[in-house]
Design a protein around this ligand. Structure first.
Ligand code: BGC
Length: 258
């Protein structure tokens, strides 16, 4: 059995669990702690260390961490909805030092998308899957025949002259006290724009609000199938853990750079 720890860092909470990455199930309880106010690296890493300690896993167990930023070679390049200290920051190295082990650091929506493609709503779907997470912002993952095109930032495309996540995220619904019906008009504009630009085979909709999918997905008119995420709050944890295992497999492959 392949095991790994997945940690999902969000604007309000940090969640982690031990995962069976072959079956895509949690092997431990999910530990959840609050994200420290201000969302700065020093404070966040302390919480992550506490979660990994609580899970009591051997040092050889891979750890995957996902976070709401563009992540290139372990370096965070952006900071939408978190502290600006993450911009141009060697996050993976910083976490490796604090945790005393190798880790893999990836974008949160990429992890959730990989989770849904490997174990959830988009399992066995070929072609282009676009995962979107509707939360504080809009996260996105582009996965073509199981291969992730990392760091797609489709929450920030311009729709009707505005940054899409400012109008169509779940936070925008809450801010504007919009009914599902009014919010769905904004979602319609968002998803039809993505559909026009990328002609995907499937949209998967995640984020906490996806549990109420019956309230808004049926109001959308698209030619592309659009389904709710099935892994709910665990998609990021499962995907991050799975991507951490991939990293180990790649490092062991013949000809891999040491
Ligand atoms: C960020 C993305 C992130 C998404 C969901 C966006 O504002 O730019 O990197 O994946 O929020 O957290």
């Amino acid at each position: 059995m392949a095991q790994a720890v997945g940690i999902d860092i969000g604007g309000t909470g940090i969640k982690g669990a031990l995962v069976d990455t072959e079956k895509g199930v949690l092997l431990s309880d999910r530990i959840k702690m609050d994200t420290p106010k201000g969302g700065e690296p020093d404070a966040i890493v302390k919480v992550v260390v506490a979660i990994v300690e609580q899970l009591k896993v051997a040092r050889t167990v891979p750890v995957g961490v996902c976070f709401p930023a563009i992540v290139i070679d372990g370096k965070t390049m952006s900071a939408a909805n978190v502290s600006h200290k993450w911009i141009d920051f060697e996050a993976e190295k910083f976490f490796e030092k604090a945790l005393g082990r190798d880790i893999r650091f990836v974008n949160d929506a990429d992890a959730a998308g990989i989770g849904e493609v490997r174990y959830g709503a988009a399992r066995d779907v070929s072609g282009l899957v676009i995962m979107t997470t509707l939360g504080t912002g809009i996260g996105s993952a582009l996965i073509y025949n199981g291969i992730l095109v990392p760091n797609a930032e489709l929450g920030h495309i311009e729709v009707d002259g505005k940054d899409a996540e400012k109008r169509a995220s779940y936070a925008a619904k809450e801010r504007g006290r919009l009914s599902f019906k009014s919010w769905s008009r904004r979602l319609q504009r968002y998803y039809e724009t993505l559909e026009f630009l990328l002609s995907p085979d499937l949209f998967v909709v995640g984020g906490g609000v996806s549990k109420s999918y019956e309230e808004f997905l049926p109001l959308l008119t698209l030619r592309t199938k659009i389904v709710p995420a099935t892994l709910r709050n665990n998609a990021g944890i499962l995907g991050a853990a799975s991507l951490a295992v991939d990293r180990i497999a790649a490092a062991k492959a013949p000809g891999a750079r040491k």
